[in-house]
Ligand binder design. Sequence first.
Ligand code: HEC
Length: 241
Amino acid sequence: MKKMKVIALTALITIPITLMADMDRCVSCHGVDFEKKALGVSKVVKNMSEQEIKTALDGYKKGLGGVMKALMIKEVNLGVDTDAMAADVYSESRTKGFEEPTDEFIFQKRLSVRTLHKLKMNIKKANPKKDMKKIVSQIKSIAFTMYTYDNLLKEKINFKTIKASKQKLTMANILKSVKSVKTCIDHSFSENEIVKCRTEFLNLAGTITRNEERKIKKKQKANKPPIYTGADSVDMTKYLK
Ligand code: HEC
């Protein structure tokens, strides 16, 4: 009885692991999308039909194949079901993966994640009442850098359309937002994906800026007569006491 339990348990643990590892092993010889001639010898599996793949795998099971059949005989003799494997290989080879990101992209992504990580730590340490100004200034400066170096972002973002949020931006809300942008960038594999995360961050910075503008306007209104601050304006403050 005890032995049965142990066997059942080992089966439970080992079966999913071998099934998962299968496809990962093929990649080293056949390529990520089965697009290579394995070791310069095999057919390009990506160009084979599901039936052809199954026939080849069944062949290896019976000990048949080409000059390097020994390698594949080892693979299929791990107890695989050739029907399921042929279906998996076929669908894997026809499913488009993402383009491998460039080194430059990965470097830029790491830089962004690091910056946002530091910001996150600063917000966590910050005193919600006293340090708001400091955090706000950090957010604006990071947003400025993001905007300056990302041309795609410049195309997507229009500051004029960013509206001040009705609800009050608390330190907790800001932290939530920064965390979400950081995770978003960390999980991105292309410029197009990253730009979506950065848009979220610029919206946060934009909301902060609009809120500040609103406060300044309110103050100006209170200081009647209205102060003209445009071109050629004269500093009226000394007459306003
Ligand atoms: C160590 C390198 C290696 C690994 C790992 C490997 N293969 Fe192969 N594969 C080969 C070679 C070499 C051939 C050609 C063998 C021959 O001479 O028949 C081949 C042939 C095949 C074929 C038949 C293609 C043909 O030429 O007719 C299929 C299908 C296949 N492999 C699928 C897989 C799958 C699925 C895995 C992972 C579970 C895998 N292979 C793992 C090297 C490898």
